[in-house]
Design a protein around this ligand. Structure first.
Ligand SMILES: [Zn+2]
Ligand SMILES: [Zn+2]
Length: 442
């Protein structure tokens, strides 16, 4: 298939193009039979050597080397540790493919032969580190995408920009790459793809139209008081009861102000104040995390939180609290036309495993800063890839045990279906011409 077929609206793939995708799928399977052992070796190496957000130095180097070997022009240290690989292959759209690279500050308990024993510094403290979100399989699939697109260059046309993104878990990596000129120093992507492994059964590929993950916003609220002796509260302004009042009062923003049918979560993740029983401290700090899907709920939670904080301070006759935004990201919205076209192209490839979730179905409560690229003007399709062997899932069920989720110390997806199916979903979407084309929404 040449460049011309990339211009077709993919929701109505002509039979010849569908046959081309079928032929490409068979070629890709053969390529993956050849390449998979190297991709698994890379995954195991990364799993054994996880790196925290913005510390992905070794991971980035390995990725850069692999992309160069696959024939890509590679730039390192974009947004601290980000990697950008570009391949030009004639006329056609510029397509972004993103994998995140970072691991989590937690101890691995999977018992895998290649389990991590790595320790690193996180917020000033030493911590064990684990790839508990599958980003090791993501880096491996990006290398698989690179090698496959290079080998199948007669089947697609355009420019591909592959990126290894730092700090997805901390939700700052996408922003860091954008701020470092991702869209200006490199060919500007017309649209993009990404994939994330989960504990769904291996073989499943979920294509969700519309909202796919939640917005996440974190705030640090500092209540200012006037410290003093524990025996003389009237000579002080005690910030601790002010913070305590805020923690309970702010819950009504969700329980009383938000539409009960709309998704919204408010979590107080940290309270820090004081040192000794007989000292009234100067300040009390409360950290709040807000999750939402809709923009109006996102604003309501933010405004309600700030208002409850100010009211609690006023009630305590204290100065206005300081509200600092710690960071976050918007909801990830999959392009509707790309989701419909992607489902159409991939249905024959994955059969019953391909699940199309319309925009009316609820998105994940988790967040994902791939949304930053979408908000920066790169309409995209983000696949959710099943990574758990159905037999392993059945065995857990028989024992009455829960399936480990992402971020569990036991999270251990099967690398082969996770990596191969992510490569297939992305490469065949590119070859199949999946793109935002203004088709009607499903
Ligand atoms: Zn994660
Ligand atoms: Zn993740």
């Amino acid at each position: 298939m040449g460049a011309a077929s990339l211009l077709l609206p993919l929701t109505a793939i002509p039979a010849a193009t569908a046959a081309d995708v079928g032929a490409a799928a068979r070629q890709l399977d053969a390529l993956l039979d050849r390449d998979y052992p190297a991709l698994e070796a890379l995954y195991k190496d990364l799993h054994a050597h996880p790196e925290l957000a913005m510390q992905e130095v070794r991971t980035a180097k390995l990725l850069a080397d692999h992309l160069r070997k696959a024939g890509f022009a590679v730039t390192e240290k974009v947004g601290t540790t980000g990697v950008v690989g570009v391949m030009r292959n004639g006329d056609g759209p510029t397509i972004l493919v993103r994998a995140d690279m970072d691991a989590l500050p937690m101890e691995e308990k999977t018992g895998l032969a290649w389990a991590s024993k790595v320790r690193a510094t996180y917020e000033g403290r030493e911590t064990p580190v684990m790839h508990a979100c599958g980003h090791d399989t993501h880096v491996a699939y990006l290398v698989g995408v690179a090698r496959s697109l290079a080998a199948l260059r007669d089947s697609w046309s355009g420019t591909v920009v592959l990126i290894g993104q730092p700090a997805e878990e901390a939700l700052g990596g996408a922003r860091a790459m954008l701020d470092d000129g991702l869209l200006t120093r490199f060919p500007r992507p017309d649209f993009g793809f990404a994939a994330h492994v989960t504990n769904l059964p291996a073989g499943s590929v979920v294509v969700k139209a519309g909202a796919t993950s939640s917005a996440s916003d974190s705030y640090a609220i500092t209540f200012h008081g006037r410290g003093g002796h524990g025996s003389m509260p009237s000579a002080t302004i005690d910030p601790i009861p002010i913070a305590a009042r805020f923690v309970t009062d702010v819950q009504t923003v969700v329980s009383r102000e938000k539409d009960p049918g709309a998704f919204g979560v408010l979590t107080i993740g940290a309270i820090n104040a004081g040192s000794a029983p007989n000292i009234i401290p100067d300040t009390a700090e409360v950290k709040v995390n807000l999750r939402s899907h809709a923009d109006d709920v996102r604003l309501l939670l933010k405004n309600g939180t700030v208002r409850a904080a100010k009211a609690a301070a006023q009630m305590g006759n204290a100065p206005e609290p300081t509200v600092a935004y710690l960071g976050g990201t918007g909801a990830l919205i999959n392009d509707h036309a790309m989701a419909a076209a992607g489902a159409a192209v991939l249905k024959p490839v994955f059969g019953a495993g391909l699940v199309f979730a319309p925009s009316t179905t609820p998105p994940m409560s988790a967040s994902e800063d791939f949304s930053e690229f979408v908000e920066a003007g790169v309409p995209s399709l983000y696949f959710v890839i099943g990574g758990y062997d159905p037999a392993a899932l059945a065995a857990l069920k028989a024992k009455g045990e829960a399936v480990p989720t992402n971020h569990s110390p036991f999270f251990a997806p099967s690398p082969e279906p996770a990596i191969r199916n992510a490569v297939k979903a992305i490469v065949l979407s590119i070859i199949g011409g999946v793109r935002p084309d203004g088709e009607p929404r499903p």
